[in-house]
Ligand binder design. Structure first.
Ligand SMILES: C[S@@+](CC[C@H](N)C(=O)[O-])C[C@H]1O[C@@H](n2cnc3c(N)ncnc32)[C@H](O)[C@@H]1O
Length: 343
């Protein structure tokens, strides 16, 4: 995880002003997705349009999705420039098969996902993802539904501990959730700094700590509020439905919880599970994907130097076979049972 959890970096000009963002591992994404003229690819995480622009640049058509209405609004300039080659949809990538079907009757040649929050979202204090600057305790990528403040102010001790401990990978989760519940007796949490300050006071900060003590808890709340792990699992299964034989699925992740999901998916779908050499061959599921490279691809040393946020990026990809999609079964992912309350 990068210090602030973002996957897109700002390129800073000579006077320190942001110029443009640099999409993470763009060369590696293009090499594995290999878009060509006349093909149709789906970019499930449009963001600032970095991947989409590059795919359009190769002559392919793009169906792009983002759940953030701001990304869709800003992306209209690229839609206008694309001369009908880009269709930009406000929605969630967990529905990418339905969205693709609505946009085109053909199956897809490629699906790319760049998981996480964009620097555009992080940099705006009013979106409430960051505690570098104070902002409302929000963290909703879609700008609707249950906010981080709703969770912090209402969830019980067990839920808070699991969100912070499992999704934030914070060892001192129970102490933090107890402190939140005690503080709630006299105050309502409304701002990012208010929560970050309480966490720092509760678990302390050693001079040798590389990251702020609230970083992990904030990651947990963000993943929970946006149901990011569930979204990723659903998107992988949806991509299996939407890709044509020979179509490529490329996923870039930024922390181990997400990478583990993608790894499990490819292990399951490339025939790495479900069979045993002691059982008759008939029980072994035919692979729905093949992988040229089994391990994760990471950013080059040069990219990591220019863009520190790419240091934690892992890219995994596979090629769809002609075997029919499997029945939807989320148990292969072993997700924690952490459902968001109703808004
Ligand atoms: C890291 S950014 C993508 C950056 C993009 N690759 C680029 O080059 O500009 C991730 C984007 O995905 C969007 N996103 C995250 N989860 C999503 C979901 N479940 N469905 C649709 N969009 C999602 C976020 O709103 C954000 O804009």
């Amino acid at each position: 995880m990068s210090k602030d959890g973002s996957n897109v970096t700002d390129n800073v000009d000579a006077v320190g002003g942001p110029v443009a963002h640099i999409p993470v591992m763009l060369n590696e994404v293009l090499a594995s997705l290999s878009p060509t003229s006349g093909e149709t690819h789906l970019d499930g995480t449009f963001g600032a349009g970095g991947y989409t622009s590059a795919i359009l640049g190769k002559g392919a058509n793009v169906i792009a999705i983002d759940r953030d209405p701001d990304a869709i609004e800003i992306g209209q300039a690229l839609v206008a420039k694309s001369e009908g080659k880009l269709s930009l949809v406000h929605g969630r990538f967990s529905n990418l098969d339905d969205i693709a079907l609505e946009a085109s009757s053909e199956k897809l040649d490629g699906v790319v996902l760049d998981i996480g929050v964009s620097s555009m979202q992080l940099d705006q204090a009013e979106r409430g993802f960051s505690f570098q600057k104070d902002g409302p305790l929000d963290m909703r990528m879609a700008q609707s539904g249950v906010s981080a403040a709703d969770v912090v102010n209402n969830a019980d001790h067990s839920t808070l501990t699991r969100v912070i401990g499992i999704l934030g990978e914070e060892k001192k989760a129970s102490r933090i959730s107890r402190a939140i519940i005690d503080a709630r007796l006299s105050q309502t949490f409304t701002s990012t700094l208010q929560l970050a300050t309480l966490i720092e006071k509760t678990i302390g900060r050693r001079p040798t700590d590389r990251i702020h003590p609230a970083t992990r808890s904030f990651q947990g709340f963000r993943i929970f509020v946006n149901q990011e792990l569930q979204e990723l699992c659903d998107a992988l299964l949806a991509a299996e439905n939407a890709l044509k034989p020979g179509g490529r699925l490329v996923v870039v992740t930024f922390h181990s919880l997400e990478d583990r999901i993608v790894k499990k998916f490819f292990a399951d779908r490339t025939g790495g599970s479900g069979g045993s050499r002691h059982l008759p061959e008939i029980t072994i599921a035919k692979p729905n994907f093949s992988q040229i490279k089994r391990g994760a691809v990471t950013a080059s040393k040069e990219e990591c130097e220019i863009n520190p946020r790419s240091r934690s990026a892992k890219l995994r990809w596979g090629v769809r076979s002609d075997v029919a999609p499997r029945k939807k079964d989320l148990s292969i992912f072993g997700l924690p049972n952490l459902k968001l309350m109703e808004s």
